[in-house]
Design a protein around this ligand. Sequence first.
Ligand code: UT7
Length: 328
Amino acid sequence: MTAPYRAAITGLGAYLPEKILTNFDIEKIVETSDEWIRTRTGIRERHVAAPDQSSSDLALPAAQEAIKNAGLTARDIDLIIVATVSPDMLFPSTACYLQAKLGASCGAFDMAAACSGFPYAVAVAEGFVKSGLYKNVLVVGAEAITKFINWKDRSTCVLFGDGAGAAVISRSKDGHGLLASNLGADGNESKILQIPAGGSMIPPSEESVRNGLHFLRMAGPELFKIAVKTMEQAVREVLKHENLEVKDIHCLIPHQANHRILEAVANRLELPLEKIFINVDRYGNMSSASTAVALYEAVKTGVIKKGDYVVLVAFGGGLTWAANLIKW
Ligand code: UT7
C-alpha cells in the first residue's frame, strides 16, 4: 500500500555543550592513557554538559536551529519526539520540557531506544507524516549521558560525551526524502548495556546508590561483536525496501561508539571507509545524539549532496538497532 504522503528531513540543527574534556584531562581522573583511548576507540575528546544543563537544555538550541533551517517557527511544529536515555526526569518527559522552552503548542513524548533513539524516532516521525496525520514533526536526539557515568570506572567513563541533534520531518514536495526504515530489538540481551537502578525494578535507595547501580554499565567486548553484526544487517535490510545495493550508498551515517566498530562494519559491507561519516574522535559516544549530530555535520560540510542515498544506522541498549534510508 502506498502512503498518501512522502516525508523528508527539511531542517537540521545541533548543539554541543561548551566544556571539552580531552583524553589528557581523563588521564588525571582514572588510570588510563590518551594512547589507549585513541587506539582502542578513536576518541580524542568529548563535550560535557555543565552541572546546570539537562538534556532539554541541550535539545533547545539544536531544535531552534532545525526549525529555523526548515523555514518554520515553533508554532508550526505538530509533534515533538525526543530520543533520550538521560532524560531531565523520569517524568514529565524531556519532550514536554522542550515543548515549553520552545514555546510550541503540540503533542510531545520521549523515545527510549538508547543509542538507536534518533533513527527510531525518525522512523516514527516518518510514519506520522506519511499517514497525513501531522505535517511537521520535530525529532531530537539529546543526551546529558555523562551525568550517568561512573567517573571511577575507566571502562566506561572514557567513552561517552554529551550533545544534541535535531531534525524537522515534513511533507516532501518532490520525490526526495525518507524511503524506508527498519527497527529491531532483542530484549533478551538487556543486561549488556543498562542503567540498572532508578526505575521501578530497582527504585532509588541508599543501597542502590552505595552499589553504584545508577551508573551506566556495559559489557563492552560482547557489545562490540553484536554492534558490528546488527549494523551490517540493518543496513542490508533497509536497502532491500528499494532494491538498492551497498554500492549505491553515497554516505553512511552510523552511531559513533568506536572507530574500530566502524572499520569492521565497512569491511563486512565492503563499503569504503571514506563513505562512512565519522566524528567519534571529537565527541565520543553521545548515545541518541550521535547519529543526529553526524547527519547535521555531514550535510553542513557538503559531504551529503542533493540526490545522494544516505543511510542512518545505529544500535544500542535494549538491545535495539535501526536504520533509515533517505534520498537527500
Ligand atoms: O553505544 C552503545 C554501544 N557501545 C559500544 O558499542 C561499545 C562497544 N565496545 C567497545 O567499543 C570496546 O569493547 C571498548 C572500547 C569498550 C573496550 O575495548 P576492548 O578492546 O574491547 O577492551 P577490553 O574491554 O577487552 O579491555 C582490554 C584491556 C583490559 O585489560 P587486561 O584485562 O587485558 O589487562 C582492560 O582492563 O584494556 C583495559 N582497559 C583499559 N586500559 C586503559 C579497559 N578500559 C581501559 C582504559 N584505559 N580506559
